[in-house]
Every structure is written in C-alpha cells, then in structure tokens.
Design a protein around this ligand. Structure first.
Ligand code: UGY
Ligand code: MN
Length: 296
C-alpha cells in the first residue's frame, strides 16, 4: 500500500502532539532516566565487571548433591543450640547428609559460653574473630583470631567469650581408639609442610599420628595457583574459604567461589581448585585421616 506524502506528515505530527500531551519523551536507543514514567537505563548501562548475582532475589550459588554441597554466605541459617549459651550456630555440614563429622559456625555474643562436647565427641575450634577464653583444667587460656584449640573426646574443658567471638567448629564421634590430647596454637606458628608437586602452602593443625582420626589443614594459594592433583579420594572434607576467590570443581560442576563459602565433599567426589582474582586464597579444610578405609 502506498501512503501519500501529506498523510505521512500528518501522522508524524499527530504522534508528536500525543506524546507532548502526555508529557512523555520518545523512547529511543539512547538511555534516558525516564521513559514514559519508567527507567530503562539498565538495558544500556555501562558494562560492569560483573553482575551482583548474590543480591538477585532467589538467586544463590548454593547447591546440594549426594556427593557435595556448596553453602554460600546467604544460605546460612543461625539458631540457638543446646550447650551453647548466648550463641547462634549455623550448621554447614553434618551426619544428616552422611558426613562423618559436623562443621558449624558459632556466633558468640557478650558473656557467652560453651559446655564441653557430648561424651565421646572431639571438638576443634578455629577462632575467626574476637576472643575466647578456654578453661583447660586449672588454666585459663585466651585465644584470639587465627588461633585454634582441640578438645579430645570426653574433655571437661569449657570456653567462654566476654565480648563476643566468631568461631568455626568441627566435631566428630571419636573413632581412632588412641589417646589424642588437648592442644592449641596459632595458625601462623604452625610449620609449613612439604607438598610434593603441589605449589600451595600447607599447614596441618593437629598431630599426624594414629591417635587422631581427622586433621585440619590450612591451605594458601597465590592467585593463579591451582591443585596439581585432580583429587579423588576416600576422605571426606569440610571446607571454609577464609580469603580470596576462585573456581572449585566438584564432580562435574564448576563453582565460582569466594571467601565465606563452605563446601562439603563426600568420599570420592572429584575435586579441584584454582585461585583467581587479585588476592591470595586461604582455606581451612577438615580431612578424616588414619582411619582404615575398609572399616570406616
Ligand atoms: O588434602 C587434601 O585432600 C586437599 N588437598 N583437598 C582439597 O584441597 N580439596
Ligand atoms: Mn582432597
């Protein structure tokens, strides 16, 4: 159909008059703060280094499978727990999904305290912030951030915090049949260990003897460093990323991860990590050890 020129002109004028009457701008490709009362500027906003996925409603990187889980910061759920006074705990890993240990965060408020773990249960505490006082027999020991304490099974030692503290706690039912003993220390004072072909720095916070059925490793990676071994092993892991960011491969999934993320790895889940970003990665990781894989 051919529209005569004078009709086209009239049509254009009518559109202009109508939009002026509504006080609206014509919405084109140029971003405008207001377009008919709406703001479409996000469509053409300057390229950002990344979208803030974590603040998108309902979005989370958290995932839970039979052989691994990622628990991102926004997925933690805190509640009170028997044995812990004025403290909130968020359980990240537990036997509820087949793990042979529990891993939880404890947020201790002013004048808070913890009773000893249940009989037969050993407990390892890493102080992440604030200060706790451990009553070990007749001795009181003050532990600040980056220090740790291990309570063997059936220990009667307690701990309290006057001004609050943030803790990572590992617990398990003792299964090694030896004589593990109370110990405590500072992460940085723990010796660096040989790592074979691996380039990361490694510390083990518990003695490497058959008296212990798990150990807690601190692993440091410079940006760009990654696990040499594409690991598959019978041991279980509970990991908390303390600093940095990178990519964690778990089974056939590849997860972008950042400080604050927690990971559960079941026996034999393929696992691999690469540290990325501008700053180093540090993570703390539980690993059951010295137990006979045949007997569990
Ligand atoms: O010791 C370990 O199994 C440790 N390298 N695993 C890990 O970092 N995922
Ligand atoms: Mn491993």
């Amino acid at each position: 159909m051919i529209i005569p020129g004078h009709l086209l002109l009239e049509l254009a004028l009518a559109v202009l008059v109508a939009s002026a009457a509504h006080g609206a701008e014509l919405c084109g490709l140029t971003p405008t703060p207001s377009c008919g009362g709406h703001d479409y500027s996000a469509v053409f906003r300057p390229a950002e280094r990344g979208i803030d996925f974590d603040s998108l409603p309902g979005y989370t990187r958290s995932a839970h499978y039979a052989d691994h889980a990622l628990i991102a910061v926004e997925s933690r759920v805190f509640a009170g727990q028997r044995g812990w006074k004025s403290t909130l705990t968020a359980h990240l890993v537990s036997p509820a999904r087949g793990a042979n240990f529990a891993m939880y965060l404890a947020e201790m408020s002013d004048d808070s305290s913890a009773e000893p773990a249940k009989p037969g249960v050993e407990r390892f505490v890493l102080v992440l912030q604030g200060e706790i006082t451990v009553s070990h027999g007749a001795k009181n020991m003050v532990l600040g951030a980056n220090s740790y304490v291990y309570f063997p099974p059936n220990s009667t030692d307690t701990l309290y915090s006057e001004d609050g503290a943030g803790l990572l706690v590992y617990e398990r039912v003792y299964a090694a049949g030896g004589k593990p003993v109370f110990s405590s220390g500072d992460v940085e004072e723990s010796a660096l260990l040989p790592t074979g072909p691996e380039v990361f720095k490694l510390r083990k916070l518990l003695p490497q003897t058959a008296d212990y059925d798990f150990n807690v490793h601190i692993m440091d990676f410079q940006p760009g460093e990654y696990l040499w071994v594409k690991e598959v092993h019978y041991n279980q892991h509970g990991l908390l990323l303390l600093e940095g960011k990178g990519i964690y491969r778990l089974a056939d999934k590849w997860y972008p991860v950042q400080a604050g993320d927690a990971i559960w790895m079941a026996p034999y889940v393929p696992q691999w990590y690469a540290a990325l970003g501008a700053s180093p990665t540090r993570y703390v990781i539980y690993k059951d050890t010295t137990l006979d894989p045949l007997l569990g």
